[in-house]
Ligand binder design. Structure first.
Ligand SMILES: [Zn+2]
Length: 396
């Protein structure tokens, strides 16, 4: 998934997360890849019938209206979109007695595997949340002297890329040959075999974020320790684990045993960049700034290499207009601002997510935008100093 798709989905999730129904009246509908829209229409018609049993007249009406709206929306599709479809719909009005039935339709960036119809006070977002998390691709290799399997891991799904069989004979001589000659031949074949595995690892796993190696005996360790992998791939290796199989089952076993490594790897990019940020801050190097105004100023000078934004930062870009005719866009924390020209209260007429606004500013400068979660203590610390900061290309 591209970074941009990821941000957009994250942003949408943030918006949907904030929505609450006053009653059990928010509908989440997940249509899996390849699933028939006609069957979904039937399911929705049945739900409309069932809804007639709901006691509260308001809830009954809101749910029926939402279901009808979803059905109307589905009619605009000739068929289920390539990766399936997720629809969220319901009355999101914050005032009791008022109705505001809104609909969001998401064509997910990865294939949807689940079918779900759910009515609750909030939207069910977990399947999409998993996709946001699942942007990183890891490589898995399991090998011994006889067999190797190479796969990639996207989220929780393993795709087998290559299965290889060696011609390396067993360790023990069959008779007739001299033991020393046999061992020499075997070593040679094993060496060729590991080179072949390494070539295939290079071919299939070069674009991955990290690689995990597994196998039953010492062959997997030698494969790593004796540098069969080119340096750039060796650097990607995040762990070596013992597993019992070297076929497709071995990949699954390797994944099961590597949860710890993967969890650590997921936060390590954030941790590394935050370490760099705080190291610079603590030594007063002049190479970092933080706080909205300082960051925007540095951005506009083109001096920012990396901008860090806490995912919980509650700033937004508002479009403001004043009675005097003055108007502008500004990143702010709340919407009460006074006109710099005449001093009147300005009116907010548009709102944009801060990540989008920042991306718009940075697109001409080649600045990297990194979203920082609050799941690590460093991320929490970052949030506490304002949740926005930048690592600079040069001192300003
Ligand atoms: Zn004004």
């Amino acid at each position: 998934m591209s970074n941009d798709t990821n941000y957009k989905l994250k942003k949408l999730l943030k918006e949907l997360e904030s929505k609450r129904g006053r009653h059990t009246e928010l509908i989440s509908l997940y249509i899996p890849k390849g699933y028939s829209l006609n069957e979904i229409m039937t399911l929705l018609s049945n739900e409309i019938s069932l809804t007639q049993n709901v006691k509260s007249k308001t809830v009954r009406k809101n749910v029926t209206d939402a279901l009808t709206k979803i059905m109307q929306h589905l009619k605009t599709y000739k068929k289920t979109p390539e990766n399936g479809l997720a629809i969220f719909c319901g009355n999101v009005s914050e005032q009791e007695g008022k109705t505001d039935i809104e609909l969001w339709a998401v064509e997910p960036p990865e294939p949807l595997g689940i079918k779900l119809y759910w009515c609750d006070q909030k939207f069910e977002l977990q399947p999409l949340r998993d996709m946001v998390k699942e942007k990183d691709v890891y490589g898995l290799v399991v090998l011994d002297a006889n067999e190797a399997t190479i796969g990639i891991l996207k989220g929780k799904q393993i795709q087998v890329k290559k299965h290889l069989k060696s011609i390396v004979p067993g360790k023990f001589i069959k008779g007739g040959q001299s033991q020393m000659r046999f061992q020499r031949v075997r070593e040679g074949l094993l060496n060729d075999w590991l080179k072949t595995v390494a070539e295939n690892v290079k071919k299939f796993l070069s674009d991955t974020k990290g690689i995990i190696i597994g196998g039953g005996g010492p062959v997997k360790d030698n494969f790593y320790n004796k540098h069969y992998l080119p340096t750039e791939l060796e650097k990607k290796v995040i762990g070596i684990k013992d597993v019992g199989y070297t076929d497709e089952h071995g990949l699954q076993e390797l994944l099961n045993r590597s949860e710890d490594l993967l969890q650590e790897a997921a936060v390590s990019k954030e941790k590394k960049i935050l370490k760099k940020f705080f190291d610079n801050l603590n030594t007063d190097s002049g190479m970092v700034v933080y706080g909205l105004d300082a960051v925007i100023d540095a951005l506009q000078k083109g001096a920012v290499e990396t901008i860090l934004i806490s995912e919980d930062l509650d700033y937004f870009e508002g479009e403001f207009i004043c009675e005097c005719g003055n108007s502008f866009k500004k990143i702010v924390k709340n919407e009460n601002i006074k006109c710099p020209k005449c001093g009147s209260n300005m009116k907010l007429i548009g709102k944009e997510d801060i990540i989008d606004a920042i991306e718009e500013i940075v697109k001409n400068y080649g600045t990297e935008v990194i979203i920082i979660s609050r799941t690590t203590s460093e991320g929490e610390q970052f949030y506490n100093i304002g949740g926005i900061g930048a690592i600079l290309r040069y001192k300003i």
